[in-house]
Design a protein around this ligand. Structure first.
Ligand code: MG
Length: 367
């Protein structure tokens, strides 16, 4: 299909409750939305790199700039029959995976709409539903956490993820395991540790965790490989996997036994599918993560979570509880907490609510 028109929007979408991480507190999520048009069809893509270079080295502004100045001139007027063709064309642009991902997703949406098939079918999804876990950040007390876990497990969430950082460590796990000795639990360290913490990290084996997510530096593979040799609990790499090459090298040196695939961070659906394939070929577990996208991007995550080698419940933001006004429509449908079922309609099947997009847009560009 020949790309006849491109629309781009930079959006700052307010959230209901301030979101606090190690990087500070934010009251909105910043994203870039791309629309590709061809032959009367349109396809949409969204990435949420955030307003500052903390979750990655990119922001909504850098993503928008690279997309406008370097990707649009390459893509406009070109014919594409696959995401692979787009990735090949964009290969000379180093890094900037978020910018590439917005176009890659929009192209998958466009192509599957033209073919009249759901995105899930186009990417080879086989699970009937996406299985979704629940994540807890740092709370005020262990009692608050136990009460929260009680609620979410009784609602049907199949696994619980716990943020884990200095001040919220083994005492917290002792408290949780004393009440839930067998619950499927994993921890996410968000790069809070180094090999100097090896004794504490080794002691985690006794908690029977499903995995330890990103214990060491955000861009490290080698230290993770050293750590994995010394602990029985599987290491899951998240921040360290920014490309297919990262995944291949991590697997090759034994840096992880599980990968959390984030489509925006790796450059789109096309590389996400390659990483998923690598995981399957090498007996590495995988699941999907989100980065605060609206239901536009969250639905991409849910579709990828139906892929055959995905063997662990994914992280999908509860967008209706998160944003003041959700950008994408319709919202993902949840028959019961812990699963998402895609509607059986062509493409991604989610489009921006244009009134919400207009309200929160910071910048736009048309070509
Ligand atoms: Mg993580």
């Amino acid at each position: 299909m020949k790309i006849e028109k491109i629309s781009m929007y930079r959006v700052c979408n307010p959230i209901k409750n301030p979101y606090t991480t190690a990087f500070g507190t934010q009251k909105a999520f910043n994203s870039v939305v791309v629309k590709l048009e061809s032959e009367g069809f349109s396809g949409w893509g969204e990435v949420a790199p955030g307003g500052g270079p903390m979750f990655s080295c990119y922001t909504d502004k850098t993503t928008f700039t690279i997309a406008r100045d370097f990707i649009v001139p390459k893509v406009l007027g070109r014919n594409f029959d696959s995401g692979a063709e787009l990735q090949q064309l964009l290969a000379p642009i180093r890094g900037n995976e978020y910018a590439k991902a917005a176009f890659d997703v929009a192209l998958w949406d466009l192509l599957s709409r033209k073919q009249g098939i759901p995105l899930k079918q186009a990417i080879g999804g086989t699970h009937e539903k996406a299985s979704i876990g629940y994540c807890f950040g740092v709370l005020k007390t262990f009692d608050d956490l136990i009460a929260g876990i009680d609620k979410m497990t009784s609602m049907g969430y199949p696994r619980i993820k716990l943020k884990f950082c200095p001040g919220w460590e083994c005492d917290m796990l002792d408290a949780v395991r004393s009440v839930y000795p067998d619950l499927t639990i994993h921890i996410d360290c968000n790069s809070a540790y180094t090999l100097a913490d090896i004794d504490m990290l080794k002691s985690l084996d006794k908690y029977n965790l499903a995995m330890i997510e990103q214990p060491l530096m955000h861009d490290d593979l080698i230290d993770h490989a050293k750590l994995q040799k010394q602990i029985a609990t599987p290491i899951c790499l998240d921040e360290s996997i920014c490309s297919v090459q990262d995944a291949r090298q991590a697997i090759e040196i034994g840096a992880c036994k599980v990968i959390n695939i984030k489509y925006a961070r790796v450059g789109g659906i096309t590389p996400a599918l390659e990483i998923h394939k690598l995981c399957g070929e090498n007996n590495i577990g995988c699941w999907l993560g989100g980065m605060g996208e609206s239901s536009l991007g969250t639905t991409v995550v849910a579709n990828l979570a139906t892929l055959p080698h995905v063997n662990y419940p994914s992280d999908i933001s509860p967008v209706d509880k998160f944003y003041v006004e959700n950008l994408g429509t319709p919202l993902l449908t949840t028959e019961q907490p812990g699963t998402y079922t895609m509607r059986n309609r062509p493409g991604l099947d989610v489009e921006p609510d244009m009134s919400v997009l207009e309200k929160y847009k910071q910048e736009e560009f048309f070509a």
